[in-house]
Design a protein. Structure first.
Length: 184
């Protein structure tokens, strides 16, 4: 196994550990143990625990984007947003979102992550524009509903309150249906 492959494996295992124990409950000893290394063995892969947190938080953001945000936006833009699927996605990744939020609320980590999070948010906009163009939809009319979808699933992962999901899904589906019907 190459060093890069091993480092990716280590990042994934550390992320699992942060998600399981939380930001503040994860010590370097726990990280080393999760990697089957001696007490400070994880320092072979990271300069510091802070570096591990930043790298793992960015990895968490990527995973959430690939497995939650982009699929939800895609479902919306194809008129296939489903309340049960939204809830299922959110519940599968809520612990990872909690780790990301814990990381982002610590000033020294937020400073290092802000530019990355901004780029990620821009990627949602770009993706939505591409999908809107492919479907001949007016991006300016659907972009507020893309924001509704992102906010809905983010809040669901953070707070776990399913009560508002149905109305927001219905609102988004009605908006996309109206846009699709205008094209016919």
């Amino acid at each position: 196994m190459s060093y890069v492959d091993k480092k990716n494996e280590v990042i994934n295992k550390c992320l699992e550990t942060f998600v399981k124990h939380g930001l503040h409950g994860t010590t370097s000893r726990i990280l080393s143990s999760s990697l089957d290394l001696q007490n400070s063995g994880f320092y072979y892969y990271f300069k510091s625990k802070d570096e591990a947190i930043i790298i793992c938080a960015k990895k968490a953001a990527e995973i959430l984007s690939d497995n939650v945000m982009f699929p939800t936006i895609k479902d919306f833009l194809h008129g296939e947003l489903d309340e049960k699927k939204v809830i299922e996605r959110a519940s599968k990744y809520n612990s990872m979102m909690n780790f990301l939020i814990q990381s982002y609320t610590v000033d020294k980590y937020r400073e290092q992550m802000t530019e990355y999070i901004i780029k990620l948010n821009q990627s949602y906009i770009n993706y939505s524009k591409r999908c809107a163009d492919e479907r001949n939809l007016d991006f300016n009319k659907i972009s507020p509903f893309v924001s509704v979808c992102i906010t809905m699933i983010t809040n669901l992962m953070i707070f776990g309150d399913e009560n508002y999901v149905g109305p927001q899904v219905n609102l988004a589906n009605e908006a996309i249906k109206n846009q699709l019907n205008k094209g016919n």
